[in-house]
Design a protein around this ligand. Structure first.
Ligand code: SF4
Length: 347
């Protein structure tokens, strides 16, 4: 469960939940309440060392220093977009990942990664092409926020970077616990969105264990077509994913959304828009329409703006709330579907 620092044999403590910290302090013979003090130092005061934790006894601090580390890996090679987006590379043991800082007028969003690569193999996605190299630990997921130079500006978090979050469920849920608990970062559930292609068993656990927002990647309302682009459709068909959402979320307050990337002359027709509206009938869900961002060697093209607007109008005329998402960071390959750490793997 705990991640060691290799040859140094110290365990990385950043990323522990309160219950893990409680077990730890009790194993060291300290009272249980000490765990809350530790959490406060780690997540609220961002303590760089145990030495500064002056409300812990000297002997406990010495003990912690011997066995644990508060080390975190800072990001490297920031790439700046003309629109203000900054993409960072986090060189973790086991593989590097990217995260994107996206400032806007009244908010600043961090798009973070949950896996090195991805198993899902979506045909329009750079990460999907890269293959899968491993899951990120809570330490690594949370480090993307903790070590971000713009951390204090962040108002929103989206789990939409590299990887399928629900394919790394326990680590993502533990990270969400640290992010939303009053002993942790104490961020509002309303400020965090987890995106998924729709892994049904994991989705049921997700609905039961967290209140953060949820976004479903759809991209086609038609089964056969979606299966070509989002292979997990063959295992968990969209109609069953929608049933699962209805089963768990009807009457609940959680904000639900659908992500729909438009590919020119493939899924941007009025027929698609009407079928999508029909599929979503009865759900309190909003649709985010996203222009496809070209990746090398791809069969897909970006549609003109009018196509997105036409698609939006049809959805709205059918009573579905729909917005066109602004493209951000395209010039530095930080936009939707473009994150990857290919540079690291190609040496
Ligand atoms: S779109 Fe998401 S789930 Fe699909 S391959 Fe890319 S990172 Fe994985």
């Amino acid at each position: 469960m705990w991640q060691n620092l290799g040859a140094m044999t110290k365990t990385l403590m950043f990323g522990f939940t309160l219950s893990e910290l409680e077990t730890l302090v009790q194993d060291l013979g300290a009272p249980k309440y000490t765990a809350k003090q530790l959490a406060d130092w780690i997540y609220r005061k961002h303590a760089p060392s145990f030495e500064v934790m002056t409300n812990l006894s000297k002997s406990l601090r010495t003990e912690l220093e011997q066995h644990f580390s508060l080390h975190k890996t800072p990001p490297i090679t920031p790439q700046h977009s003309a629109d203000g987006t900054i993409k960072y590379l986090y060189p973790f043991d086991g593989g590097s990942v990217e995260a994107a800082y996206i400032p806007d007028q009244d908010r600043a969003t961090l798009c973070l990664s949950t896996q090195v690569g991805c198993k899902m193999g979506c045909s329009f996605c750079m990460t999907g092409r890269q293959g899968f190299y491993g899951n990120l630990t809570p330490h690594q997921i949370l480090t993307q926020l903790e070590c971000l130079p713009e951390r204090e500006n962040i108002t929103n978090l989206v789990f939409m970077g590299m990887g399928e979050p629900l394919d790394n469920l326990e680590n993502v849920l533990n990270s969400l616990t640290v992010l939303t608990s009053d002993w942790g970062y104490h961020l509002s559930h309303q400020r965090i969105t987890v995106s998924t292609v729709g892994l049904i068993p994991q989705l049921e656990v997700f609905f039961q264990r967290t209140q953060v927002r949820f976004a479903l990647s759809v991209h086609s309302p038609f089964d056969e077509e979606r299966a070509q682009w989002v292979p997990v459709q063959k295992v968990y068909p969209l109609s069953q994913v929608i049933q699962t959402i209805k089963k768990w979320e009807t009457g609940k307050k959680r904000r639900l959304s659908v992500e729909y990337i438009l590919f020119e002359s493939k899924n941007d027709s009025p027929r698609h828009a009407h079928a999508l509206a029909k599929l979503l009938k009865g759900l309190d869900i909003r649709v985010n329409l996203i222009k496809f961002h070209h990746i090398p060697g791809s069969e897909f093209q970006s549609p003109p703006r009018e196509k997105l607007e036409e698609f939006q109008q049809i959805l709205m005329s059918e009573g579905i709330q729909a917005t066109i998402r602004k493209s951000r960071g395209e010039d530095i390959e930080a936009a939707c579907g473009l994150l990857s750490s290919k540079k690291v793997y190609s040496g």
